[in-house]
Design a binder for this molecule. Sequence first.
Ligand code: MN
Length: 249
Amino acid sequence: MYVLVTNDDGIQSPGLLALRQALDAVAECVVLAPERNWSAASAARTLFDPLRIDLVAMGDGRDGFVCSGTPADCVALALLGFLPRRPDLVVSGINIGPNLGNDVSYSGTVAAAREGTMMGVPAIAVSLDGRRDSDFRPAAEFAAQIAMLAVSQELTPQVVLNINVPSGPIQGVMVTHLGRRVYRDELIVRHDPRGRPYYWLGGDAPEGDLTEGTDTAAVANGYISVTPVHFDLTNQPWLDTLRGWRLDV
Ligand code: MN
């Protein structure tokens, strides 16, 4: 098994290192990850600047490729010919912080995986509901296990498996659907020394819908959530509603 490992937190993230170390036990891994943190950059792609790739030592001394572009750039570059051959799987993570419910539309971690699927390579995204100093090993070991299953069970590139791991003791694994995130963003206005206002979009961490069957509830209850997500955003019931509008020119 040949696996492209990437993330959105940047090549020096401990989550990426733990993921690659666990995948090393079951696959031949190549790392191509962004040089800086692109969290919440979703599927941004670089259109107006050249992209550079360098080889650097990761935290354990093993080499990884680092790219000046975004997470989606990394995957596109790898699959368009930077890698000597096509990987069997793209694994993105382990993100520092969860990517639950509506978070997937912001997530660079999920977007990197999605980029793989758009280019026909199955992909999984892995996030830990933890912090930089959390223990990533349980999440990494689960990721390696599901990576093997993804290949042996022929996961299709029609879906991304979005995996979220709780930081505390793990109660089990649940197959879930996306929950609803309740964001508590607020606009913070301050003034610079010259009196000009500047803005932060900030606020407390989001809360999650605790309805049974959702990823938000599973992780809140100590379970790993595995959600198959796809990116046909069409709202099916509205097709008929809109046809009823008799749109014409
Ligand atoms: Mn991130």
